[in-house]
Design a protein around this ligand. Structure first.
Ligand SMILES: [Fe+2]
Ligand SMILES: [Fe+2]
Length: 358
């Protein structure tokens, strides 16, 4: 049997497995028959694996303590009174993820079944051709690689999520800096964000979509990073030229976000929150029926915050007048249903009267 196996191995030496990540680990072969132990070891070495052999559990333990082992092949009956099943028990208790392949004689099939029930990965029935060993080891390596791959993917996803979160945090900080460019808009983004969340909930959005519009509200004016402070903080009406500069901010914000693929779903809110139902908005003068829904959410929240907060050129609008003012936009510059859902949602909400309106 051994000679047959060796002949088979020589014939296949040219097709060694392509594996790298486990290359510094070894396979432990435990068998008190030196002929089987050496043959199996030699065959696996030819296939490119590091192998160490043990005749009993004492030697096996020494290898396990001193070497990096990724797989154990063990005979069931061993010299010295201890068996491969004892080794299986020990490894299950100490290294439950270690794959173990039992090598059994025909007369030990009941023990092999018992070993599988206890968690052995596989068993080989003696006498076995080397192809059977090769296939069993290959299955283990494939399994370990699959585990390694999924662990790696999990790690990458966790890392990517952390990166996305820190990028998002950076943009929120940037939006805070933008709002702080004017003493009158210091809390504008934060308030618009809360109003967007309120409207999203009132519109029946699920939590993910609600948080999306809240973040869109937080970042909607990020393009004002390119607007001169003197214009943002001007204590009086803007000139036509100054207003034209202000109107650049949605496109600037969109350009800023565009390279960040993970935030692409925010772009419609940043770019289109000044579009209008009558098609006379900016920056794209988009027909009203083409304006993305989330942009309407931000527009309503933005409009409300702007009229109820203090501005350089006017005091905050009283609540009743603000309601009338927003209703005046309904059906002309903002779809009526967004206006009405918003107005129905704000009574009782603390955000309905921002501190600047007091
Ligand atoms: Fe804006
Ligand atoms: Fe705004």
């Amino acid at each position: 049997m051994v000679r047959q196996a060796q002949a088979g191995i020589r014939a296949q030496e040219s097709s060694r497995p392509d594996w790298h990540r486990l290359e510094r680990s070894a396979i432990l072969v435990v068998d008190d028959d030196p002929g089987v132990r050496d043959t199996v070891s030699r065959c696996l070495q030819i296939d490119g694996y590091e192998v160490c052999g043990a005749a009993n559990l004492g030697e096996a333990r020494q290898h396990l303590e001193s070497r990096d082992i990724f797989l154990v092949l063990t005979d069931i009956t061993l010299e010295g009174g201890e068996s491969g099943l004892d080794l299986l028990d020990e490894l299950q208790a100490q290294r439950s993820s270690m794959p173990i392949i039992m090598m059994t004689a025909n007369s030990e099939l009941t023990s092999a079944v018992e070993a599988l029930k206890k968690g052995a990965y596989d068993y080989l029935c003696k006498p076995f051709p080397f192809e059977a060993v090769r296939a069993a080891v290959r299955r283990v390596v494939d399994h370990l690689r699959a585990v390694e791959r999924s662990t790696l993917i999990e790690e990458l996803e966790t890392r990517k999520q952390a990166e996305d979160e820190s990028l998002q945090q950076f943009l929120v900080s940037m939006a805070t800096v933008v709002d702080a460019k004017s003493r009158f808009t210091a809390l504008h983004g934060a308030r618009v964000s809360e109003l967007c969340r309120l409207l999203g909930e009132a519109l029946g959005y699920d939590s993910e979509r609600t948080e999306l519009v809240a973040l869109g509200g937080r970042l909607h004016d990020i393009g004002k990073i390119g607007t001169p402070d003197a214009i943002l903080d001007k204590p009086g009406p803007l000139t036509r030229e100054e207003y034209a500069v202000i109107q650049e901010h949605p496109a600037i914000g969109d350009d800023l976000i565009a390279p960040i693929k993970v935030l692409s779903h925010l772009r419609p809110m940043i770019r289109s929150h000044h579009e209008s139902l009558d098609g006379k908005g900016y920056p794209d003068a988009m027909p009203g029926d083409q304006v993305p829904e989330e942009a309407w959410v931000v527009k309503v929240a933005d409009y409300w915050e702007a009229i109820t907060a203090r501005r350089p050129y006017r005091n905050p609008m009283p609540l009743e007048k603000a309601v009338a003012c927003l209703r005046g936009e309904a059906g002309i510059r903002i779809p009526e249903d967004f206006v009405e859902v918003f107005l129905a949602a704000i009574p009782g909400a603390p955000i309905a009267l921002p501190s600047g309106a007091a």
